[in-house]
Ligand binder design. Structure first.
Ligand code: MN
Length: 238
């Protein structure tokens, strides 16, 4: 069987103007049976269309904060660094992949990119803007490969189907500064942390679109749940 080619977005080191990617993303795709292909930032919309046409699905990876202008807000004093080239490329990429109807998986910043591109909003700084009686760390104080909070999986959703309906709660890692505030039209929540933080969304009317706020690429070795997400995504790309 031909292996699906998965387009992957890279991080942008704005200080040195360098693209980089954590290899764990690429290994997780390979382990699930796909071939990763990193997308550049130096592209026109027509170039992006050609790139998407030659891939079987796209993974939106983690990274810096998203410029608040993309969801109609002024910059909060506690917003983090942004890359305008990366933001612009990814905001253009989302609707193009959707034109093609190809599978989409968003991780951490990726779920935020999907929500923003589809018309939702974000918390620019969770500690100062997200209120909860529970004090759950969304920037965990230990390594990515160690889970730190749980996610309640909404029954009857894409996430629930992937994990198995008996998996009502899963343990995930958490390393995010921003998160979904208002969910975009076309997306539905399929997983929340115990403090009601939105941790997973999907598009019920789209062939395969899943966003997760955690980092399953760091958990695939220790947690079958995390590997199932990559397997489901790559299988949808076949
Ligand atoms: Mn979290």
């Amino acid at each position: 069987m031909k292996k699906p080619v998965i387009g992957v977005t890279a991080s942008h080191d704005t200080e040195h103007d360098k693209l980089f990617i954590n290899s764990v993303y690429l290994r997780a795709i390979r382990s699930a049976g796909g071939i990763p292909m990193i997308f550049p930032l130096e592209v026109t919309e027509d170039d992006l269309r050609d790139l998407v046409a030659s891939t079987d699905g796209v993974l939106f990876t983690g990274g810096d904060d998203i410029h608040p202008f993309f969801y109609g807000e002024e910059t909060n004093a506690k917003c983090g660094n942004v890359s305008q080239p990366r933001d612009s490329m990814e905001m253009a990429l989302v609707p193009i992949v959707m034109e093609f109807g190809k599978p989409i998986f968003g991780i951490c910043r990726g779920i935020q990119v999907l929500n923003t591109a589809m018309g939702g909003t974000l918390y620019q700084d969770i500690p100062s803007q997200f209120q909860s009686e529970l004090s759950i760390a969304h920037r965990q104080p230990f390594a990515y490969k160690v889970p730190s909070h749980t996610v309640d999986v909404t029954p009857g959703t894409l996430l629930s189907r992937i994990l198995g309906e008996e998996n009502a709660s899963i343990a995930v890692n958490s390393m995010h500064h921003q998160a979904i505030k208002d969910v975009a039209p076309g997306l539905e929540v399929c997983g929340c942390a115990p403090d009601k933080m939105i941790e997973a969304v999907y598009a019920p009317d789209y062939p395969f679109l899943l966003g997760v706020q955690w980092h399953p690429e760091h958990l695939t070795a220790s947690q079958p749940d995390a590997a199932k997400l990559f397997a489901a995504f790559v299988d949808a790309c076949r």
